[in-house]
Design a protein around this ligand. Structure first.
Ligand SMILES: Cc1ncc(COP(=O)(O)O)c(C=O)c1O
Length: 498
């Protein structure tokens, strides 16, 4: 085996070699094709393989093939490129090129693939965040968000930052030191809410449910009976770590009976499953741009009722975060005057505007139905391969499918092979579910029939290759069957309605 082939064997794939050497994949591919690694890489090879391939072996290999020494990489590369000033010692010695990410099929827990229209919009020229045209766009963006959340709340806008910032924004404004907050935890993100309560100086009363189970309404009611001074109830509507959906309407209704305001995490639910802020009476809600909204990560749409705004305005103490102080941000995202607060991520906001417009054009109900449709097909395929869902069917989220990994299979190796051989990303388990489940996302633009079929074929192929008793084609056939049944039902429904 020559040194190029040995490198691929050690690192796992040509892509992994390219990553380790910070090179374009085409360069590594060329090494494998020509059967040697050029002599000038000898030292790096020895270093990066921890001595498993010695520099001298690379040199001998290369010499045997008598390569022409092309001076594409001078010995003092860093000096040549970055100059010989004192700063150059901070520059990496490897060649840096423009970054071109591979085209992946994203079927993990987020981020999702981004619609081409959103990508195009994002690459429009930058404008100032107080430019009247931008301000106009912001107003449209807010009304599109109100549509997505089904609310008339005037204070509905995207916080600059990922979903975690939206979460923190709610807690930092609504929880004053000493406030009691009931937090329902049935997965990773309920745990993060507890952290937020404590960091805001509040006292968390935790309602526990098993991972994979929804929040039990009776447990919340018991906690509120025992803690009548609780000011806030917080829960995750769609727990991404397990794929379970809780009954937000009922939980909010219970919280209100005990005079508590609600904070709802809709990071994974918004756009994938009904989130009816006004109808359910939700007080504060946050989401994230990179899940079912299929936009670039880094924005967190939030919405607050008038009651929340009044409570925050009435706080006597200074809110513990300058950036997230709702009172200060009102001047920027509020309806009337615009004053400088922070530099808005303009191009990301253009993108969110387009992503929400796509949902508006499709119609929320159609977007929810699309998630359910492809979930049914994916589920049929996964079950045909013998896989079991973590969550009881009644509470399964269509956009986040968690299945138990088959016994004896190296789950991390499966994910690695899906990524390297099929350019397909799926998610792993978190916390106590690490190594036990896979998570298949069907969110936003990633929720398409071709993704369902690619996923089932790729997974079947890898599992068969790893020795699992699976019949190639069974999963695809079950998924096609599920689609066909849904078509028939749709046709019957249309006929009846006509
Ligand atoms: C339910 C839930 N809440 C909060 C977050 C945090 O969002 P972000 O990663 O955008 O900060 C996530 C992220 O996956 C999530 O799934």
């Amino acid at each position: 085996m020559n040194s190029a082939e040995r490198l691929v064997e050690i690192f796992g794939s040509q892509a992994d070699v390219a990553r380790a050497f910070q090179l374009d994949r085409s360069v590594v591919n060329n090494w494998v094709k020509t059967g040697y690694v050029p002599a000038r890489w000898a030292m790096e090879v020895e270093q990066l393989t921890g001595g498993r391939i010695l520099a001298v072996e690379v040199l001998n290999d290369a010499a045997a093939r008598k390569p022409v020494r092309v001076k594409s990489r001078p010995d003092d590369f860093a000096g040549a490129v970055f100059g010989s000033d004192a700063m150059s010692k901070f520059a990496p010695t490897k060649r840096i090129q423009s970054f071109h990410p591979p085209q992946r099929t994203l079927m993990g827990p987020g981020p999702t693939e981004i619609h081409p229209r959103v990508l195009t919009t994002m690459s429009q020229p930058a404008i100032g965040y107080l430019d009247p045209i931008f301000v106009e766009m912001m107003e449209e963006l807010k009304s599109l968000l109100r549509y997505a959340y089904q609310t008339k709340n005037p204070l509905t806008f995207p916080v600059s930052g990922p979903g975690s910032v939206g979460m923190e924004y709610c807690f930092v404004n609504m929880v004053a030191p000493g406030d009691k907050v009931v937090v329902c935890r049935n997965g990773v993100f309920g745990g993060r809410m507890i952290e937020n309560v404590e960091r805001a100086g509040g006292v968390a009363v935790v309602v526990e449910d098993a991972w994979g189970e929804p929040v039990t309404p009776q447990k919340l009611e018991d906690a509120l009976k025992a803690n009548r001074d609780a000011k806030v109830v917080a829960f995750v509507h769609a727990e991404t770590s397990t794929g379970v959906q809780s009954d937000a309407k009922t939980l909010v209704e219970i919280a209100h009976r005990y005079n508590a305001l609600t904070i709802v995490d809709a990071v994974t639910s918004l756009g994938g499953t009904p989130v009816l802020v006004d109808e359910w009476g939700i007080d504060a809600i946050y989401s994230a741009s990179q899940k079912c909204l299929s936009c670039t990560p880094g924005l967190s749409p939030v919405s607050f009722s008038e009651q929340v705004v009044e409570r925050v305005k009435a706080r006597k103490d200074k809110i513990h975060s300058w950036f997230m102080d709702m009172n200060l941000l009102l001047g920027y995202w509020g309806a009337t005057t615009r004053t400088y607060h922070h530099t808005a991520p303009t191009n990301s906001l253009f993108a969110l505007h387009e992503a929400l417009l796509l949902i508006r054009e499709e119609g929320l109900e159609n977007a929810w139905a699309r998630a359910t449709r492809h979930h049914m097909a994916l589920k049929a395929g996964l079950e045909a391969m013998g896989m079991k869902f973590l969550v009881n069917e009644k509470y399964q989220l269509p956009q986040m499918n968690a299945v138990l990994c088959p016994e004896g299979v190296n789950e991390a190796e499966v994910r690695k092979r899906l990524l390297n051989e099929f350019n397909l990303e799926i998610g792993a388990g978190l916390g106590p579910l690490a190594g036990k489940i896979w998570r298949f996302g069907l969110m936003g633009y990633s929720c398409r029939p071709e993704n369902v079929m690619v996923c089932l074929s790729a997974l079947g192929s890898v599992l068969v290759d790893m020795g699992l008793p699976i019949h190639i084609g069974d999963a695809e056939s079950a998924a096609h069957g599920a689609y066909a049944q849904m078509h028939v039902k749709d046709a019957q429904r249309k006929k009846k309605a006509a």
